[in-house]
Design a protein around this ligand. Structure first.
Ligand SMILES: C[S@@+](CC[C@H](N)C(=O)[O-])C[C@H]1O[C@@H](n2cnc3c(N)ncnc32)[C@H](O)[C@@H]1O
Length: 366
């Protein structure tokens, strides 16, 4: 295939790359269905687009997105796309791949394929314009170009969200490396990097991981991104390789992506998603010795909603952010709590279809 270098990332789509593409494209589907009803134009911006196909011929995200645009009347008249990559061979390959898509001429806005380095200048360009509602995909191999500034710039306007690749393995190695300090500062900010460096030296690997990810979450929150979902990828031998992170300012986007990511990763013994993909075990249950977050959920709910009556939908919306729980987990726990007479439901268990609790059911906490 044109543009794909032998022995490179694009040689074969690794399982992880397929899961990543599936998450991005599934979210794009859900997000764009909502957004086309609310805006004249919507955008999909891919800053590290690659050549469009893996060497084995399988289509990667840019082509999958364009196929959806062509297949939908709403999208073909509204979607504006920009695909950038630093490698001119890749952009020229992508351009000819896109031109070769059947029906591409139907699009009102032809895709813009751009060759350029992602850097502060690009962030500045986005800072200076008002962006249409857009989903941005920032998918570097390492950390070059990935910065808080870029993320802030691409999500600053209404309806703007971003999915970015966080190369945990490389960033973990870079934290204490003075040669890449500007890149680490761009990710965490100067002061936070200093604090992380001071803490990390004495930490064991898993504690290093949570320290670094906590710092990243705090840095994003501080710059105005209240909702973050990190989805972790492990290698076959179990070591963490990277994360796909989703950042939004809106709870609806958060809950949609939460369900998508939850269904692509492993779940624990209680069917609580771990937002984590492990080769060969995806969708299967984890070992018994893991902590079971669901055990604490009844108590957390009673404490959060003491004396209140809310619909199940409200309980979920008000409690789920920052937890691993998806709606199914709340339903299961609330049914068990009702049966144990810890809460009262209206309509009550006997008046509902066995084993179910709908969104509108009223739940009263003591
Ligand atoms: C992981 S690949 C992207 C894969 C692509 N998103 C997909 O789904 O097929 C990373 C890409 O980043 C490009 N790249 C590396 N450094 C870059 C930079 N500073 N600016 C823009 N692109 C860069 C590489 O040429 C490569 O195509």
């Amino acid at each position: 295939m044109v543009g794909a270098v032998a022995g490179s990332f694009f040689d074969e789509p690794e399982e992880q790359s397929l899961v990543k593409a599936d998450i991005v494209v599934s979210y794009f589907d859900a997000w764009s269905r909502i957004m086309v009803k609310r805006a004249e134009r919507i955008g999909y911006f891919d800053f590290y687009a690659g050549p469009g196909r893996y060497a084995a011929g399988r289509r990667s995200t840019p082509l999958l997105i364009m196929e959806r645009a062509i297949a939908s009347n709403d999208l073909s008249s509204r979607l504006v796309t920009i695909f950038n990559d630093a490698n001119p061979d890749y952009t020229s390959s992508l351009e000819s791949e896109i031109k070769g898509l059947a029906g591409i001429e139907r699009l009102k806005y032809q895709p813009q394929v751009v060759t350029g380095e992602v850097n502060d200048d690009l962030a500045q360009q986005f800072e200076e314009i008002k962006t249409i509602p857009s989903l941005s995909f920032v998918d570097p191999w390492g950390y070059r170009g990935l910065s808080l500034r870029l993320i802030r710039a691409v999500i600053k306007d209404w309806g703007c969200e971003v999915i970015f690749f966080f190369n945990y393995n490389r960033i973990n190695m870079g934290i204490n490396n003075n040669l890449v300090e500007p890149h680490m500062q761009a990710l965490l900010g100067q002061q936070r990097l200093k604090e992380v460096r001071a803490d990390m030296a004495s930490l064991r690997p898993d504690a290093r991981e949570s320290r670094l990810m906590r710092a990243t979450g705090e840095a994003l929150e501080e710059m105005g991104a209240p909702y973050l979902i990190p989805f972790r990828f492990r290698r076959r031998e179990g070591r963490v390789s990277h994360y796909i992170c989703f950042v939004t300012k809106h709870p609806l986007g958060y809950s949609i992506m939460k369900e998508i990511m939850a269904s692509r990763g492993v779940v624990d013994d209680d069917a609580v998603p771990r937002f984590e993909y492990m080769p060969r075990t995806a969708g299967m249950q984890l070992a018994f010795d893991r902590p079971r977050p669901i055990v604490a959920l009844p108590q957390q709910l009673c404490a959060a909603f003491v004396g209140q009556t809310l619909t199940l939908k409200e309980v979920y919306a008000r409690h789920n952010v920052g937890t691993p729980f998806i709606k199914r987990n709340y339903k299961k726990v609330l049914i068990e709590m009702e049966r144990a007479r810890q809460i009262a439901c209206d309509p009550n268990y006997d008046s509902r279809k066995p084993g179910t609790i709908a969104d509108h059911v009223l739940v009263t906490f003591p």
